[in-house]
Structure formats: structure tokens, C-alpha cells
Ligand binder design. Sequence first.
Ligand code: PSU
Ligand code: MN
Length: 302
Amino acid sequence: MTLPLSISPAVQTALDAGQPVVALESTIISHGLPRPDNLEAARGFEAILTGMGVVPATIAVLDGQLKAGLTDQELVRIASEDIPKLSVRDLPIALARKGSGATTVAATSYIANLAGIRVFATGGLGGVHRGASETFDESADLTVLSEVPITVVSAGVKSILDIPATLERLESLSVIVLGYGTDKFPSFWLTDSGEQLDWSVADASGVAEVMASRDALSQNAAILVANPLPESEQLDPAVHDKALTEALRLADEQGLSGKEVTPFLLLTIVELTGGKSLAVNLKIAENNIRVAGEIALSWASR
Ligand code: PSU
Ligand code: MN
């Protein structure tokens, strides 16, 4: 079987010419944001990149094809069809069944790398869940990033996770973590998780330099660029703490496990904050996309 990788003409042309391309994930659209805001968001994410002169490559699986770069009609499908959430281990099954699905950070990174895309923007990475020492719930995002040489821009990881444990695992897995203009790891809705980072870079060219030296060393692990929202735009910490406690309690009460946990917590927190977390969520994704765009521009100009 040949690999059913379908790269859109715009993305392929840019890659061939060494022009900047940024991959975007689809699980944030299908499972991470409520309808109908998700479609508007998906279009807005692409428009930010286009406005910067960067080609967006939203990634998904459609009818048995790995897609890098979607048409508007395909974005509509991701936003409105009830499709499964696909991590890397689900890809062979989706292809064998000629099925469709949205890709997590893990699966998006994997497909982007197959397509030759070097930079990827998401909202928040998956990680080690609270209570993981009992449940073993750790996102495959972490292990996959240890094997895929991509640069992913994320506002750290969400406070629904065990942040210190996630940072420990990133260290064990040799994933490079760079604070973007900060030496504090962000916790998605909040600017600062309180966790100290070893390394930071001031700007996009600082990231591109680390990408080049990582390549020269033939390392296979990803670079995680931790990009916080400015403090003036973060979610009110009191609102955040209250919603988080309640969402974790509800997930526990409902006995959720596996791939349902993350989407449940995200959507419950949107409800509990009366949509405040959603507005911040969108700002975070947009902020990460802009930084990824700058990194891709800097990389393409080397
Ligand atoms: N974090 C977010 N928004 C998301 C996700 C994570 O802030 O939508 C999604 C991403 O697609 C991520 C996935 O890869 O959840 C992780 O899921 P799990 O914890 O089941 O591995
Ligand atoms: Mn999980």
C-alpha cells in the first residue's frame, strides 16, 4: 500500500519553494471548541497565517486520506461532522477503514512531519493527567513528540493536567522546551504555572537557531515552544480555580477515562465559566498561531 498522503496544492507549492508553512490541528476544532464557534475559529486561524504570508496546513484524516491543507468545505466537515478523535495509534485503523477523523497534537505532528512541515501551532498540548500514578493517563502527545522532529507552539499545558509531572516527562523524553520571552511555563488560561523553565528565547529567530542546531545534532525529538498569553489577557485566576475544581470533580463523579477525559474537561470548563474560558482559549490559539507564523517565516529566510 502506498501512503495516502494528500497535500493541498497551496501547501505543496510552498514546501517546494521553501516558503513558510504552519500546520494546525483539527481536534481543537472538532472536540476542543463548541459548535458553531469552532468553524469560525478554524477559518480565523487560517486567516491569521494567510495575512502574515504563511501558508496554513490544517491537518485531518478524510475518507482514508491523510490531509495536509484543507479546503473550506473540508474545514466545514471537521467542524460539523461527528468524527472520532485520532491519535497516532488510530491512524492505521482510520486508513484501513477509509474513515475520517480529527487529529490530536500527536497525530497532527506525525502527519505534518510526513508532509515535510516543520512548524505547528496548537492551543495546549496534552500531558500527564492528575492522578496518573493510579490511572496511567498520560497523553500520547508526549511520547510522540519524543520521536517527531517538529516545532510546536503551545501555551504550555492546561491546568487540568499535572504540570510538574508533565515537565518531568518532557525531560525524560528529551523533548526540548523553550519559554518564548519567559522562563516560566504557562498553564494555558493562566500566564504562569509557577513552574520554572531552564531555557528561554527572546524571539522567532532564537527558535529557528535551536531548530538548526537540533537538526545538526540529528536529534529526533520535538521542540516545544511555550508561549504564554500576556497577564492582562489571562483568565481571572479566581474564576479559573473554581471552574477547574468543579470540572475535575464532575469528571471523577462520571468515572470518565481514556480519550473522553480531555474533551469533557475542556467543554465543562467553558460551561462553568459562562464562556469566559472559551474567549481566552481562542486568544491563546491565535497568539500561538502568530508566533508559529513568525517562526516559520524566520526558518524560511535562513
Ligand atoms: N488541549 C487543549 N485543547 C485541545 C486538546 C488539548 O487545550 O483540544 C486536544 C489536543 O488535540 C491534544 C488532545 O492533542 O486534546 C490530547 O488528548 P489526550 O489527553 O486524550 O491525549
Ligand atoms: Mn488520556
